[in-house]
Design a protein around this ligand. Structure first.
Ligand code: AHR
Length: 660
């Protein structure tokens, strides 16, 4: 009997979308178990890291002291003077001629007989302090002739109650690093650090720093372990860094320059963060880049979490939404040299100039860099011209490095069409596309690559996130509606893994009290962090990546919205498992009949992993971090037929073991 097709208005996440519904029997979905269509790259699902929303300073970089070196535009921003009514005081000294990397330091002078003088640091919207944890305090200091200055270091809660204290007396008359460690007696998300000076005379101070002991891998001066763990759990194929628009800078003066982010921590030249005043509705005047997490730490992080590094470099163009400054083609040499030197820093022997620097920083063996990106969201003919100069120079010296290029901020339109046309002519290798759009766009674009040119460049879906309101709206939510639409879109990326080589959600991190942009993959405060529903979508794809794409068809067509269903299938030859990914975007449950076609015997019990929420406005939060999170169950398979119940608004993964 023929099925009757009826047009219903199906509600997807609150919107009415016309969908053909099969009134009686669900059509079978056929998976060609023995007909792999494409290899899935190990880099398929990765991470985009940009220092936006306090992602680096105040985020993954575990330093607790803000403006530790008095280099912010206002030298005492983040600091409060305690007992300001004394004649004792603080002087900011600028030695930019002799020390351009770290020009300012402070001189504290105590007038004999006056009470102690203090400085109090606010941290990054407070300091997250944990009971029983050891904190490592350090300072660069020198006593001036005839001075005997002591320091009392305190952690206090917002009411001023002491939650940790120690003493430190720098002895030397020459600059030196003094350190002391002490334990905290209470947990406090918004603590402050007070430094009281006692004695007489003057002391010079700089690089005042406080780190918790429990950094990632316990590295001194390292990264926040909970945030790195969330990244590691993604099992990412690559780690893109440092952005994003931060690569470009608002102007070229403030572009990201990797050479200024390596070497001794105190010599890394702090600059303003371009997101500082980018959005009038989310001004963040205390946002600077200390580069405590610089390019060495980046390569090390990528290695730690098993991701291929993908650095993105400035191509001689500043942000085209801001100053749009362009370097003339005949003055591009320093920019190109930066790109070549970065490859040497990552891969060169420890005898080479930059390889030696890497070895000195603690990593004698190469980082095995394979990719480099030229420019972020650039557009127009200047970009194409600049890009071509970079490619020539890089390929001449490093023919095996794969080059990633951009297509601008939008995945369609005049500038996008121009870029893709020109990049095809130039035989570009991997091309970065960005998609910030509403959830409906993501559903509609699940087919985006089904008919893509197979004889051209590969795709890097380098930045994407569904926007519940509109791009740059401060009201965008990381809700289930957005996450589910991204999952639907990602089935299209996966199905086309012969074209799509790399994908990453953006942005990655946001501090709940200091963000500029929303939505984001991971949110945190000073003590806690959580993955959004979007994070779990990314994690489910990445942790169930597979090695080959399998055809999965209903009536000879991929599932791209029929009955509100989206789906893709892969095989993982490392563990001999078929992995099905199914999205039910409708308000009704559905039970598809999936036939695993082929001669292979299957284990009768499969594993299913379900991510769902009845209300598409739901979202995770610091209070309910796992409200929407994957749940595992078992599913019995009937011979070759798999019939999982797909709950309303759900993303289901089915893993079926193939028996030898
Ligand atoms: O992800 C936030 C910003 O969005 C990135 O910096 C930029 O590349 C894009 O416009």
């Amino acid at each position: 009997m023929k099925s009757k097709i009826v047009i219903f208005f199906l509600s997807f996440a609150g919107f009415l979308v016309p969908m053909p519904l099969i009134a009686q029997k669900t059509l079978p979905i056929i998976v060609g178990v023995e007909k792999p269509k494409a290899i899935i790259q190990s880099t398929m699902w990765g991470i985009f890291f940009e220092d936006i929303n306090f992602a680096a300073d105040g985020g993954i970089y575990a330093e607790l002291v803000k403006n530790r070196s008095f280099e912010f535009a206002k030298p005492l921003m983040g600091w409060k003077i305690l007992k300001p009514d004394t004649t004792s005081g603080i002087l900011i000294i600028n030695q930019s001629e002799t020390n351009p990397g770290n020009p300012r330091y402070a001189r504290v002078t105590l007038v004999e007989g006056e009470p102690s003088f203090g400085l109090s640091n606010a941290g990054f919207r407070g300091m997250g302090i944990k009971k029983g944890m050891t904190y490592h305090f350090s300072i660069l200091a020198r006593q001036l002739e005839g001075s005997t200055m002591k320091m009392r270091i305190e952690l206090v809660n917002p009411l001023g109650k002491l939650i940790g204290t120690t003493n430190l007396t720098p002895e030397s008359k020459a600059w030196g690093k003094c350190t002391v460690s002490f334990a905290a007696s209470a947990t406090e998300p918004k603590a402050r650090l007070n430094i009281w000076f006692e004695g007489k005379g003057s002391i010079d101070i700089d690089m005042i720093s406080l780190f918790p002991d429990d950094t990632w891998k316990k590295r001194p001066g390292g990264l926040r372990a909970d945030l790195v763990q969330l990244l590691a759990d993604l099992k990412p194929g690559f780690l893109r860094f440092p952005g994003g628009c931060i690569v470009e800078g608002r102007d070229l003066e403030n572009r990201y320059q990797w050479k200024k982010t390596i070497g001794n921590i105190e010599d890394r030249h702090l600059i303003v963060n371009r997101w500082n005043t980018e959005f009038a509705h989310r001004l963040t005047p205390d946002y600077f880049q200390s580069f405590g997490m610089g390019f060495f730490e980046y390569f090390q992080l990528a290695e730690d979490i098993g991701a291929e590094p993908l650095p993105i470099l400035n191509c001689g163009m500043a942000c085209q939404f801001n100053t749009a400054e362009v370097v003339p083609l005949d003055q591009l040499d320093p920019y190109i040299e930066d790109a070549l030197d970065l490859i040497e820093f990552a891969n060169g022997s420890s005898d080479s100039r930059w390889g030696k620097m890497r070895a000195r920083m603690g990593h004698p063996s190469p980082f095995n860099l394979k990719f480099i990106g030229i420019g972020n969201e650039q557009w127009g003919s200047q970009y194409i011209e600049h890009y071509a100069v970079f490619v020539k120079a890089i390929k001449e010296k490093y023919p095996d490095i794969k080059i990633v290029t951009g297509t601008g901020p939008s995945p369609s339109g005049k500038d996008f069409d121009y870029a893709t046309k020109e990049l095809k002519k130039l035989n570009a290798q991997i091309v970065d596309e960005h998609y910030y759009a509403n959830p409906e766009w993501f559903l509609q674009n699940a087919t985006r690559y089904d008919n893509y040119d197979r004889n051209s460049f590969k795709i890097f879906a380098g930045e994407y996130a569904a926007q519940s309101k509109f791009t740059c709206s401060p009201d965008n939510q990381n809700n289930w509606k957005c996450a589910l639409s991204e999952a639907a879109f990602m089935t299209g990326l996966e199905r086309n893994a012969d074209v799509v080589y790399m994908c990453s959600y953006a942005p990655l991190f946001a501090h709940v009290d200091a963000w500029q942009w929303t939505p984001n993959l991971i949110w945190f405060d000073n003590l806690k962090s959580f993955g959004t529903a979007n994070y779990y979508v990314q994690k489910m794809f990445s942790n169930n990546k597979g090695t080959e794409v399998l055809p999965m068809l209903m009536k000879n067509r991929p599932l791209t919205g029929q009955n509100g269903l989206f789906a893709s299938a892969v095989f993982d030859k490392n563990v001999n498992e078929i992995i099905l990914k199914l999205i039910n975007s409708t308000e009704k449950d559905q039970t598809p009949n999936i036939i695993l076609e082929g001669s292979k015997k299957l284990m009768p019990k499969a594993k299913i992993i379900v991510l769902k929420s009845e209300n598409t406005n739901n979202a995770n939060s610091l209070e309910q971090p796992a409200f929407i999170s994957p749940v595992e169950q078992e599913l019995i398979i009937n011979g070759k037929i798999v019939s999982p119940i797909l709950d309303p608004y759900s993303f289901t993964i089915v893993r079926i073991k193939v028996l030898k």
